[in-house]
Design a protein around this ligand. Structure first.
Ligand code: FE2
Ligand code: FE2
Length: 330
C-alpha cells in the first residue's frame, strides 16, 4: 500500500491489537496505519485512512497485526479514543493506551451512555450503561489505585446531571474502597458503582423547566426535587435492579445523621454505610460544581465543610475525604 519515508519507532506510535483492529469497519479504516520494517526497525506508512481495502489487503492487514507489526500514530489518538468510547471493553485489552488516556475514555463513555439513559430511562438504554460501568469496575479491580486517576479528573464546571453522577461515582467508590479495604467483594463493588452512578436517576422525572433553571428555584419549584428519590426507586424496579447496594445509594443519599434528611428521616444508626457514603459523595459532588444558587467550592472547602458538619454527615467519611485532600493523596 502506501510507501514513504521511514519513521523511528517511538512513544508517538503504538501497536494496534487484533481485538481493536477487528472492531473497525472491515474495508475502510478511519485512521492511518504503519508497518514495522523488521530489518531497519523503522515504521513505514502502510495504509492511508478512508481508503477502500480489497479482501486480500484486509487479510494481509490482519496477518501483520497478528505478527505485532502494525502501528497507529498518537496524532490519531482522538479518532482512536472516539472509536473505543463506543466499544469500551476494548480499553481492557489495549495495552498501548496510557492510564490517563484510559481514564479519560471511560469517563467520556459513561457520560455518553448516562446521557442516553437519562434522556429515556428504559431497559434498552440501560444495558449499554451497565456494560460500561462494568468495564470501569473491571479496570479498577485490576488495580484499585487507579481510582486516583479518576479523582484527578473530577468535573468542576457548570452543573450537569451526568457529570455530577460520575463525580459521585468516583468519590463514593474511593470512600468505599478505603472503608472496605481487604474485605471488598467484587459483586458489592460492581453494584456500589452502579448505585452511585444511578443515585439521582429519579431527577429525570423532574420537569425540565425546573431541572434546567439557571436561576434560584422558587419554593413551589423546590418542592419538585425531593420526590426524585422515590421516583428513582421506581425506575430501578423497572430495570429489575434489586441489589441492596443500588437501592441504598438511591434511597438514602439525602438522609442526614440528625434525621433532617429525606425521604425516611432516618437517623445515624439507621442509615446504612452505603447510604452514608453516597450522602458524602453526592454532597461533595454538588458543592464542587457551579449551581444556580451557589458558586463552585474548591475541593478542599467542600471536604472541610462535610467533615465539620457532623449533624448531617457520617464523621468517618467526611474526615477520610478531607484528610486525603489535605495530604494530597488523590
Ligand atoms: Fe439526589
Ligand atoms: Fe446527587
Amino acid at each position: 500500500m502506501a510507501k514513504s519515508v521511514p519513521i523511528s519507532v517511538s512513544e508517538d506510535y503504538y501497536q494496534i491489537s487484533e481485538a481493536v483492529l477487528s472492531s473497525f469497519p472491515k474495508y475502510r479504516l478511519p485512521l492511518d496505519l504503519f508497518v514495522l520494517d523488521e530489518k531497519t526497525v523503522q515504521l513505514l506508512p502502510y495504509y492511508k485512512k478512508d481508503h477502500r481495502l480489497s479482501n486480500e489487503q484486509v487479510e494481509e492487514l490482519h496477518k501483520l497485526c497478528q505478527e505485532s507489526l502494525l502501528f497507529v500514530s498518537r496524532t490519531d489518538h482522538p479518532i482512536y479514543s472516539q472509536h473505543i468510547i463506543k466499544q469500551l471493553d476494548l480499553v481492557l485489552v489495549d495495552a498501548n493506551l496510557k492510564e490517563g488516556e484510559v481514564a479519560d475514555i471511560i469517563i467520556q463513555a459513561l457520560d455518553l451512555k448516562l446521557a442516553d439513559f437519562f434522556a429515556q430511562p428504559v431497559k434498552i438504554l440501560f444495558q449499554p450503561l451497565f456494560d460500561d460501568c462494568h468495564v470501569f469496575t473491571e479496570y479498577l479491580w485490576e488495580d484499585r489505585h487507579r481510582i486516583k486517576l479518576f479523582l484527578r479528573r473530577l468535573y468542576q464546571g457548570e452543573h450537569k446531571l451526568t457529570r455530577h453522577s460520575i463525580n459521585t461515582l468516583i468519590v463514593g467508590l474511593w470512600l468505599f474502597i478505603n472503608a472496605k479495604a481487604e474485605e471488598l467483594l467484587r459483586r458489592e463493588f460492581d453494584y456500589m458503582a452502579l448505585g452511585l452512578l444511578l443515585h439521582d436517576v429519579g431527577m429525570t422525572k423532574v420537569p425540565p423547566p425546573v431541572l434546567n433553571k439557571e436561576t434560584q428555584l422558587k419554593q413551589d419549584e423546590k418542592s419538585k426535587i425531593p420526590p426524585h428519590v422515590l421516583n428513582g426507586m421506581q425506575i430501578l424496579q423497572k430495570m429489575d435492579l434489586s441489589a441492596a447496594e443500588v437501592k441504598a445509594a438511591c434511597l438514602e443519599h439525602h438522609e442526614r445523621c440528625d434525621g433532617s434528611g429525606y425521604p425516611q428521616k432516618l437517623k445515624s444508626q439507621q442509615i446504612s454505610m452505603i447510604g452514608s457514603i453516597a450522602a458524602v459523595a453526592d454532597s461533595f459532588s454538588a458543592m464542587i460544581q457551579k449551581r444556580p444558587y451557589a458558586g463552585a467550592k474548591t475541593l478542599l472547602d467542600a471536604g472541610n465543610e462535610l467533615m465539620s458538619d457532623n449533624a448531617s454527615y457520617d464523621r468517618r467519611f467526611g474526615t477520610a475525604l478531607y484528610t486525603a485532600l489535605v495530604t494530597n493523596s488523590f
